[in-house]
Structure formats: structure tokens, C-alpha cells
Design a protein around this ligand. Structure first.
Ligand SMILES: [Zn+2]
Length: 323
């Protein structure tokens, strides 16, 4: 587990991440419950919706917090984000299938509906897709796509200190770990992979911007995400925004700006959950030309997602111990 963390984050980042976890997530579930409530309120203000992939063991420890999301003012769906938060691409096929079964049983026991999956660390392989198909999932959303927007939002005079070599090295480590496709050559659209519908998630996400590139200016985060949304809209494609809810306090302004821009674009942007996108693509996607790709003649689609890896800092301790 420690080797894996060092590979994905680097040793210094583990220490920084530990401090950030305690300050963003907290030792009880109160802070995350407030962030999640604020997230849902913000969505509701724009008549938007979201998909929150949640790790099954986190759901088992705090079901009430997650169930309350389904009764809030915005339409929210949960998806499975692994049984535990581990790299499932390293598991044997039989172990992958067993983890999916164990995760589904927790969701069923807590009476939380789900149709889709996102892999922890966005790490997947062909046998995981086979296991997902065998378990009846409607979609997976683990393949990342990187939009060419990291130069957006610099202040006049060029980049400040966050272009330092440590930040660049951290970014490179993340890119090597998650292996995003470049948006310049890869469509940001659902596609079939080993019999399951793959819905690509867009980079840069909040982790890349805040943890890796140390960008803290909300206006710059907004500029980067809006540039991604606008490029996606010009291509008539799907922008799957990833914002881990524990960083909502740092990103609320940027999320509001993205939703404001999405509501102002013409042709309209279809705001959908990943489940909506999967259902639409299953029914219409194979035949969809650019002009009727999305419902109601929308020009592009936007799905807001936020992986819930943990509700308290103790969940990270359990993760470290392999549970
Ligand atoms: Zn995660």
C-alpha cells in the first residue's frame, strides 16, 4: 500500500496530502457532510445534477450521510468507487470480481441504487471491464482525457511560482499513473470497451490543479475548467468534471462559474448524470450524428462528478491498513 501511494503521489506529497486530509475532511464526518450539502445546494441553484462515486466501505461506515444526498435539493446519483480504495488493476480477475460483488452487496444492503462504476485512482484494465460487464454495470467512467488548457488563466506577465519544478514533477507523476488520452486526438465521448460503455472523465481535475500544480486562485481554476468546457462544447462532446467534494470549499466559486457558463452557452448544454449519459448513449449513441448527438438538440453535455473516497480522516487510516 505504501509503495503504491509513493508511486502515485510521491513521498513528499503523502505528508502534504495527510495534512490536507485532516484540514479538508476532518476527524468526524461533520466537515464532509457540510461540504456535500454545500455542493448539492450549489448544483440546485443552477438546476444541475451530479454523480458521486463512493467507495463501498465508506458507504458502510456512514450510510446516513450518503443517503441524505439522495433526498437533497438537487438530483444526485451514487456510483460504485470500488469496495475499498485500492488499485483494482493490480488484482487478479477473480479478486476483481469478488470486490465488485462485495461492493454491490453493501450498496444493496443500504438500499442505495447504482448503475455505474469509477475505478479508484482511475486505474483499470481489460479484466476489470470484463468483471464490470459480468456484474451488470451500465457504465464505467475511469478513462481520463486531458484538455490542453493548463496555460489558461495566468495573470498578465506569465506564470507565477506554481510553475516550479516540484509541481511539474508531481503533475508528470500523476499523468504517468493515470495515463490520460490527449483531448487533441481522442474524442471526449462515451465509447464501448470490452462490452461496457466507457464514459471518459476530464482532466485537469481538482486534484491535478490544487495538489499537483498548487493552484489556489479560484479564478484561475474557473478559467481552466471553463476553457475545457468551451473546447468541449465547440466539438459537441461531453465534459465530465471531477471535483472531489472535500475540495468544494476551495472550488465552489469555480464550479459556480462553470455552471453559469454552461447555462449561458448556445446551443444549450445538456446537464446530466453519468447514468443519464449511459442510458442516452445505450439508446441513441451508436447512430448519433453530431447534430442529434444529445437530447433536445443540445450542443454538448456536462456531467459533474465527485469521487467520495472518505468521509473522515479515519477512512484514510483504514485505507492505509488495507481496509
Ligand atoms: Zn478515489
Amino acid at each position: 500500500m505504501l509503495t503504491h501511494l509513493i508511486r502515485s503521489k510521491g513521498p513528499l506529497n503523502i505528508v502534504r496530502r495527510g495534512r490536507a486530509i485532516v484540514s479538508c475532511v476532518g476527524l468526524t464526518a461533520d466537515r464532509m457532510a457540510r461540504s456535500l450539502a454545500a455542493f448539492v445546494d450549489l448544483l440546485a441553484a443552477y438546476d444541475a445534477c451530479a454523480t458521486f462515486p463512493v467507495t463501498a466501505l465508506t458507504l458502510r461506515r456512514r450510510p446516513a450521510v450518503l443517503r441524505s444526498l439522495l433526498q437533497g435539493p438537487a438530483r444526485v446519483e451514487l456510483a460504485v468507487h470500488g469496495y475499498r480504495h485500492s488499485d483494482m488493476s493490480l488484482l487478479a480477475p477473480s479478486a476483481q470480481a469478488a470486490e465488485l460483488t462485495a461492493a454491490a452487496s453493501i450498496f444493496h444492503r443500504e438500499r442505495i441504487p447504482f448503475t455505474g462504476f469509477r475505478a479508484p485512482y482511475l486505474r483499470w484494465n481489460a479484466s476489470l471491464l470484463t468483471a464490470l460487464r459480468g456484474a451488470g454495470y451500465a457504465y464505467d467512467s475511469s478513462q481520463s482525457i486531458l484538455w490542453p488548457v493548463l496555460d489558461r488563466g495566468w495573470p498578465v506577465g506569465g506564470p507565477p511560482g506554481d510553475s516550479d519544478s516540484h509541481a511539474r514533477a508531481d503533475l508528470q507523476r500523476l499523468l504517468e499513473f493515470c495515463r490520460p488520452h490527449p483531448a487533441e486526438t481522442f474524442p471526449s465521448l462515451p465509447f464501448w470497451a470490452d462490452g461496457i460503455l466507457e464514459i471518459p472523465v476530464s482532466f485537469p481535475d481538482d486534484e491535478m490543479l490544487i495538489e499537483r500544480l498548487r493552484i489556489s486562485d479560484p479564478a484561475r481554476i474557473a478559467a481552466i475548467w471553463i476553457a475545457s468546457l468551451e473546447q468541449c462544447h465547440a466539438r459537441g462532446e461531453l465534459f465530465v468534471l471531477q471535483l472531489h467534494p472535500e475540495r468544494l470549499p476551495l472550488c465552489a466559486e469555480a464550479l459556480a462559474a462553470v455552471l453559469e457558463r454552461a447555462r449561458g452557452l448556445r446551443p444549450a448544454v445538456w446537464l446530466a448524470t453519468l447514468g443519464d449519459v449511459a442510458a442516452w448513449w445505450q439508446a441513441h449513441g451508436n447512430a448519433a450524428a453530431r447534430t442529434d448527438r444529445w437530447p433536445n438538440a443540445a450542443g454538448s453535455a456536462l456531467a459533474v462528478t465527485g469521487d467520495i473516497d472518505a468521509l473522515t480522516a479515519w477512512d484514510y487510516v483504514w485505507r492505509f491498513l488495507g481496509a
